[in-house]
Design a protein around this ligand. Sequence first.
Ligand SMILES: [Zn+2]
Length: 474
Amino acid sequence: MKPLIRRLTGLGVATALAAVGAAGPARAEGNVDVRRVLTVMVNFQDSKLENPDALRAVVERTYFGKTDSMSAYYAEVSLGRARFEPAVKERVIGPVDLPMKGAGCDSAAMHDRTAEALKARGIGPKDYEHISIVFPDQVAKCPWAGLGTVGGGKTWLPHWALDAPGALIHEIGHNLGFPHHARVRCTAGRGLSTCAEDGFSRKTPMGAGGPKSGMTAAELLHRKWLTPAEHVKVTEPGIFTLRTLYSRGTGPRVLEIPLSDGGSALVEVRGPSGALDSAIAGVHLYRVEDGHYNKSALVDFTKADSSESAPAADALPAGTTVIDPARGTSLQVQERKGGATTVAVRFAGKPEPTEQEPGEPEPGEPEPTRQAQAGNGDKQPEAEGEGQVLSNDPRPDGSQPAGPGSDGTAGASPSRLAVTGTGAGTGLYAGTGAVLVVAGGTLLFARRRRASTEVSAGSDGTRPGRGAGRSGTA
Ligand SMILES: [Zn+2]
């Protein structure tokens, strides 16, 4: 974990813990990423879980139920390539009486006292990838609806937050290496340097999309939950047909187009699939820096407030062309008969793109293997177990101050990428500058600057503070 974490305006202040004590690497069982979750209900000296048997049933269902649970969510979002399972036979441990008071909401002490109690039972960090503590909140009154380490494997959930799996899915998402997922709002016809961060993407539970949202293609790439055949790195002109991100079948699910500044653009198509994405549709564009797929941001060219009105309101409509003038690259969204979405990618000085065969349909498409996925993830994955940035999430009632806010969220730094209006793609590279003017009006490219401010909040042992945070849920 880098000592520096980023703070983005509007996303609060990140806080880090110095202590290390996180989950080990997940086991790979065949081709499935198996993640053991140790769920522990605890009591404090000054407050206890009421009706623990009834609560245990709720907890078990919310963590491990066949449907509408955290484990069901990740099974679906990974298309079966990840499995979350109970770390112990009894599935949910406790309540365990901890020798501490709830008052003060000391999350570090909660973890440490719990770990000590588990050690006495012969259970240690080798036995799980995630440890999740369910505690009585009536005295603790923690200023959040859930807390999780970004990377690492610790989550904390108040007793009242588990009737539905949303908070848990989100906190486990932090454990998987995801900070909050941002939206950057940009102006069509102008460079990304003029974009401004504007809240959350609403394309993933990590971006206030809720538990009915799938994750972004970038997040899937970070977890290596896509096969190489599903992840097309575009380096030659082509017209690519993308399938809906969570559909079953074969063929590409995400295009990655390198940008002139070393980052890349990801293109995905979203739409209802199974229990996912009932409220997300259309072609979406993400910005990835330096191969850090866990820190992408949605690039949104629509005006504020239009994004929540319809599933595809912030999607790129057919005909839209997005240009990286410095590299001479463009991508154009096209719609074909039958509703299939295609994206034409052009490169300056190279021939016009032609339809790309999706490749020989791989019979029964082999499940991904570790080897096959080797080149498919982050360039510099952050080692699991090192993540000690805590991310908490505001209480829905807003009655408490939001806690230390969020983690280091997506570096959505502007790049030399621009979007033009519809129908602008043809002949784009006859002469870059002149044609761009014809295509999209005046393009302004300010010098690249970073939207994020790096603040030092590294391993200084800081306890999570209780600063003012944003409102709303993430
Ligand atoms: Zn969060």
